[in-house]
Design a protein around this ligand. Structure first.
Ligand SMILES: *[C@@H]1O[C@H](CO)[C@@H](O)[C@H](O)[C@H]1NC(C)=O
Length: 376
């Protein structure tokens, strides 16, 4: 009884066989079939090869969400050179709560404002990349992907001996501020704390020495990641007037970056800038200096690098192989059919089974008769 059931099941499975065995004698190989097969295999190999590159490629996915992290501190990374002596300038941050943030993280280093030829070249290249970045946004993806390979956006050191007097001041380092809007500024005189905000001791500095020409080599927020270019990196401003005010209005967007190489909490920003000459007589009031007002967006961008999963790659490979195989098979038989039809119609006049044409030579005496009959 059991054996019978087993046999039935086996028969059933046999019936399901989609690959029935064809006896060898039924299989005929032809030259055209061989050619088509070679073409099909070449196409398969090529497409599979290219598909592999698609599989290896990655892309960036952007998502937006509300930034819920408001307790952590925001780090500001600065590297600015101002065309004034270090003892005359001071940099600090005031945040929205009017509390002065300790700026001990900043170092003042006397340097020369003019760049050496090699530094100039580096600077020009940086500006060139910045321009391209503004036009072609997909470049940003490339930068994100190669984040660890990139060179840091810091000016290379001078290669020549400084013969000039050190007439400029490079202010660099980092600060931690509260995650609220604020104002980072560089003005004349060192800042001194004051019960209501702070003041800069500027009385001792002559107006003739004022020169707020500056170069921003680096300005970023959050974790410092080499290889990422920030919008203000490379900005250079030369002022013709002693009393000039430079303002940058910065909107910071928290960005979570997750690539296959690195995962980091960083910040991107956009900036608008304005500059004007301070002239109290002409009604243009203010304080000369460099002011950077920043505000933090409540939206966060999540950038993740993505990749085609392996199963999808395998499915696509199967699609390529199977699709080409059956398509070329169909094309081959279709072309064969067409050739048959054309041959029979124009050469022989009437339809004849394929096997007959093989004996053409022998049945020559018969065919003319037949075709003539058909024509009349
Ligand atoms: C400020 O310094 C820069 C660079 O040294 C110079 O080109 C510019 O003429 C100076 N401006 C003033 C008003 O002295």
């Amino acid at each position: 009884m059991r054996r019978l059931n087993k046999k039935k099941a086996l028969n059933f499975v046999k019936e399901l066989d989609a690959f029935p065995k064809v006896p060898e004698s039924y299989v005929e190989t032809t030259a055209s079939g061989g050619t088509v097969s070679v073409l099909a295999f070449t196409a398969m190999a090529l497409l599979a090869f290219f598909e592999f590159f698609v599989y290896r490629d990655t892309w960036m996915k952007y998502e937006y969400e509300v930034d819920k992290d408001f307790t952590s501190k925001l780090r500001i990374n600065i590297d600015i050179t101002v065309a004034m002596r270090c003892q005359f300038v001071g940099a600090d941050v005031l945040d929205l709560a009017e509390t002065m943030v300790a700026s001990d993280g900043l170092q003042y280093e006397p340097v020369i404002f003019e760049l050496s030829p090699q530094q100039r070249l580096w600077h020009r290249t940086l500006l060139l990349i910045q321009n391209r970045l503004r036009e072609e946004h997909s470049l940003q993806d490339v930068l994100f992907k190669n984040v660890m390979k990139g060179a840091p956006t810091a000016l290379p050191p001078r290669e020549d001996d400084p013969t000039h007097p050190l007439n400029a001041c490079r202010i660099h380092g980092h600060l931690y501020v509260n995650k609220v809007a604020g104002n980072f500024h560089i003005t004349v005189g060192k800042a001194i704390p004051h019960p209501r905000g702070h003041a800069h001791l500027a009385a001792l500095v002559s107006h003739e020495t004022y020169n707020f020409s500056h170069r921003i080599d680096h300005l970023s927020f959050g974790e410092e990641i080499p290889g990422i270019l920030n919008p203000l990196d490379g900005t250079e401003k030369v002022s013709a007037d002693h009393n000039q005010m430079f303002q940058y209005f910065i909107t910071i967007v928290p960005t979570k970056l997750e690539t296959y190489k690195v995962s980091a909490d960083t910040h991107q920003y956009s900036v608008t800038e304005r500059e004007r000459v301070i002239n109290h007589a002409a009604g243009s009031h203010g304080v000369s200096g460099i002011f950077m007002k920043y505000d933090i967006s409540s939206l966060m961008v999540k950038v993740t690098e993505q990749h085609m999963p392996l199963w999808q790659f395998l499915v696509r490979l199967c699609g390529i192989v199977g699709g080409i195989f059956s398509t070329t098979g169909m094309l081959h038989s279709f072309v064969g059919f067409c050739v048959d039809v054309v041959c029979c119609r124009f050469k022989l006049g009437v339809y004849k089974p394929k096997s007959m044409s093989v004996f053409d030579g022998h049945v020559n005496s018969l065919t003319p008769l037949l075709s003539e009959n058909a024509e009349h």
